[in-house]
Design a protein around this ligand. Structure first.
Ligand code: NOJ
Length: 544
C-alpha cells in the first residue's frame, strides 16, 4: 500500500470537467468562454468549505475550430478560438487557477484534425503534397466503393471520397474530422510539440481524446459483423453493427503512448489521462507494463451500469483485483458524451448516493459540471439539436441533453448568459429551483452534499488514499465498503433500493454517521441493525 502522504495531485485530487461552451458566457453571444471560467474559479475552490472544493479542472476543447463536432475538430492546436477568448486569457486562467491551488488539464485531440486545419488543406491539395501521408488516404476499391467496411461513430461510412485527388480519406467521426496518420514520424513530432507548447504554458495535464484509436490495422482490414448488435439500430449506423477488431486498440498503439508519456515526463509532475474503452484486461494495458503509459485511463465502467448494488460492487471489486500495484484507479459517472447521471440513475436521490460512491471509492473521481446540482437531461426540441450524433443517428441519441447551460441562479438564462441573449442550447426547465444560488442557501441541497463530501474527503487520508475492501451484507440492494489508512477507518453504506432496509455490518458494533446523503442524520448508530432509507448512502466513522 502506497503511503498516503506521497500521493501525486492527480491521485489525491478530484477533477471537474468543464464544457466551456456551456459554463459561463461573459461576451453575450450565448456561448460560454474562458473569461467565464475565470470568474467562476472561486465557486470551484476558494480554499474554504463554502466552495465546491475540486482540485483540478479539465477543459473540453477551446481551440480554433469550425465546430463541426463542437471543438473536437481542431483547426489550430496552439491557439484559442475567438469564441472562447485568446491565449492571453488562457494564460490568465492558468495563473488564476494555480493561485487557488487548482490544476488545469486540457483536452488534446490527437486522432483527427478539422478538415480546415492547414495540414489537411495541404494534404488534400495533391497526391504528391509533402503532407499527403499525414492523413490516411486510400484508393477506392475496383467498384469505386470505400477502401474498407468501417463505419463512422456518427453514422455512415468512415471514408469520404475526395473528387480532386480521386482517393478516400478516413474519418471515424464526422467527415470534417479527417484522421491523422500516426505511423508517420512527422505527424508524431508535430503533435508531440503541441503537448510541449501547452506544457510550457503551465498546463498540468491532458485528457487525450480517443487515444486508443491512434493506430489502425496496418492493412486496414474489414471489421467483422457483430452478431450481438441491437436489431433496432438506424440503417446508417454501420459502426454499431461491427466488431471493432481493426480500427482501434491495436497493440502498436502502446508504443505511441509511451512516446507521449516520455514528453510528459520531460516536465515536473504532469498528468496524462486518456479516453480509453474496452474490456478490463485490454483497458489495463493503457497504464503501461510498468506504469509507463497513461497515469489514468478513464474508467467508464460504472457509468454504463444499471443502478444496482451488485453490479456496482462487482465492477469495483473486479477492477481492484485486476489493477497492478502501480496503477491508480479512477472513476467517471458523467461527461459530455453521456446522458446526465441523475437521469440515467433515476433521480436526485440516486444522484446523491452516486456522489457519495464516486467521492469515496479508491481512486481519482472526475465530476462533470452541473452534476453537483443534480442537473438532469435537457429537453432539446428536434429543430434545436446541435450535436452531429443526434442529427445523423436520431434525436434520441443527441448528446446535447448533457451540454445545456450551467445553472447559476434563478435570473434570466439561469445566469449563464445575459438577458435577451439566446443560449446555444436551451436552459433546462428546472433552472429556477436547481441552481447554484438557490442550492447554496438550502443546507440540505445536493450542492451542499457535494461540498461537504469534498471537504471531508480532502481531510481524510482513508478516503483520498486508503485501502478499499467491500463487505458482504445480506441485503442485495446494498453496497458496503471500508476505506482504511493507518488508524482511520471509514465505512460507506449505499442503498440502491426504493424501500427502507436494515443491514448488519459484519465485524462492526457501532459507528458515527458523519454524512448521510440526505444531510439530515448524524451521530452514533448500531451497526448490527443499521437502517437505510430509500437510496440513502451513509459515510460512517468506525474505530478498531
Ligand atoms: C470523444 C469526445 O469525448 C467526443 O465528444 C468527440 O465527439 C469524439 N471523441 C471525437 O473527438
Amino acid at each position: 500500500m502506497m503511503e498516503t502522504q506521497n500521493l501525486h495531485w492527480w491521485q489525491r485530487g478530484v477533477v471537474y470537467q468543464i464544457y466551456p461552451r456551456s459554463f459561463k458566457d461573459t461576451t453575450g453571444n450565448g456561448v460560454g468562454d474562458l473569461q467565464g471560467i475565470i470568474e467562476q474559479l472561486s465557486y470551484l475552490n476558494d480554499g474554504t468549505p463554502r466552495s465546491l472544493g475540486v482540485d483540478a479542472i479539465w477543459l473540453s476543447p477551446f481551440y480554433p475550430s469550425p465546430m463541426a463536432d463542437f471543438g473536437y475538430d481542431v483547426s489550430d492546436y496552439c491557439n484559442v478560438d475567438p469564441l472562447f477568448g485568446d491565449l492571453a486569457t488562457f494564460d490568465r486562467l492558468v495563473e488564476e487557477a494555480h493561485r487557488r491551488g487548482i490544476k488545469v488539464i486540457i483536452d488534446w485531440v490527437p486522432n483527427h484534425t478539422s478538415d480546415q486545419h492547414p495540414w489537411f488543406l495541404e494534404s488534400r491539395s495533391s497526391r504528391d503534397n509533402p503532407k499527403r501521408d499525414w492523413y490516411i488516404w486510400r484508393d477506392p476499391r475496383p467498384d469505386g466503393s470505400p477502401p474498407n467496411n468501417w463505419g463512422s461513430f456518427f453514422g455512415g461510412p468512415a471514408w469520404t471520397f475526395d473528387e480532386h485527388t480521386g482517393q478516400y480519406y478516413l474519418h471515424q467521426f464526422v467527415k470534417e474530422q479527417p484522421e491523422l496518420n500516426w505511423r508517420n514520424p512527422e505527424v508524431r513530432a508535430a503533435m508531440l510539440d503541441v503537448l510541449r507548447f501547452w506544457l510550457d504554458r503551465g498546463v498540468d495535464g491532458f485528457r487525450m481524446d480517443v487515444i486508443g484509436l491512434l493506430i489502425k490495422d496496418a492493412e486496414l482490414r474489414d471489421n467483422p459483423p457483430d452478431p450481438n448488435a441491437p436489431p433496432d439500430l438506424p440503417p446508417n449506423d454501420i459502426f454499431g453493427r461491427q466488431l471493432h477488431i481493426y480500427n482501434w486498440d491495436q497493440d502498436e498503439v502502446h508504443e505511441v503512448i509511451r512516446e507521449i508519456r516520455r514528453v510528459l515526463d520531460e516536465y515536473d509532475d504532469r498528468c496524462g489521462i486518456g479516453e480509453v474503452w474496452g474490456e478490463l484486461p485490454r483497458w489495463i494495458k493503457y497504464y503501461g507494463e510498468n506504469g509507463d503509459e497513461l497515469h489514468l485511463p478513464f474508467n467508464f465502467r460504472l457509468l454504463w451500469l444499471p443502478w444496482q448494488a451488485r453490479a456496482m460492487r462487482r465492477s469495483v471489486d473486479e477492477l481492484e483485483a485486476a489493477l497492478p500495484g502501480f496503477a491508480w484507479p479512477n472513476y467517471v459517472l458523467g461527461n459530455h458524451d453521456q446522458p446526465r447521471l441523475a437521469s440515467r440513475f433515476g433521480g436526485e436521490a440516486q444522484a446523491r448516493a452516486a456522489a457519495l460512491m464516486l467521492l469515496t471509492l479508491r481512486g481519482t473521481p472526475t465530476l462533470y459540471y452541473g452534476d453537483e446540482l443534480g442537473m438532469e437531461n435537457g429537453v432539446i426540441p428536434p429543430e434545436k439539436v446541435q450535436d452531429p450524433q443526434g442529427i445523423n443517428l436520431g434525436v434520441e441519441r443527441t448528446r446535447d441533453v448533457a451540454r445545456t447551460p450551467m445553472q447559476w441562479n434563478a435570473g434570466p438564462n439561469a445566469g449563464f448568459c445575459p438577458a435577451g441573449v439566446e443560449p446555444w442550447l436551451p436552459v433546462s426547465a428546472d433552472y429556477a429551483t436547481r441552481n447554484v444560488a438557490v442550492q447554496s442557501e438550502q443546507p440540505r441541497s445536493i450542492l451542499n452534499l457535494y461540498r461537504k463530501l469534498l471537504w471531508y474527503r480532502r481531510h481524510s487520508p482513508a478516503l483520498y488514499g486508503g485501502s478499499y475492501r467491500s463487505l458482504d451484507v445480506e441485503h442485495e440492494d446494498c453496497f458496503v465498503y471500508l476505506r482504511e489508512a493507518g488508524d482511520e477507518r471509514r465505512l460507506i453504506a449505499l442503498h440502491f433500493g426504493s424501500t427502507p432496509c436494515h443491514i448488519s455490518i459484519p465485524g462492526e458494533q457501532s459507528g458515527m454517521v458523519a454524512i448521510s446523503t440526505y444531510l439530515d442524520r448524524e451521530g452514533r448508530e448500531d451497526l448490527s441493525r443499521l437502517e437505510l432509507r430509500p437510496y440513502e448512502g451513509l459515510l460512517i466513522e468506525v474505530t478498531k
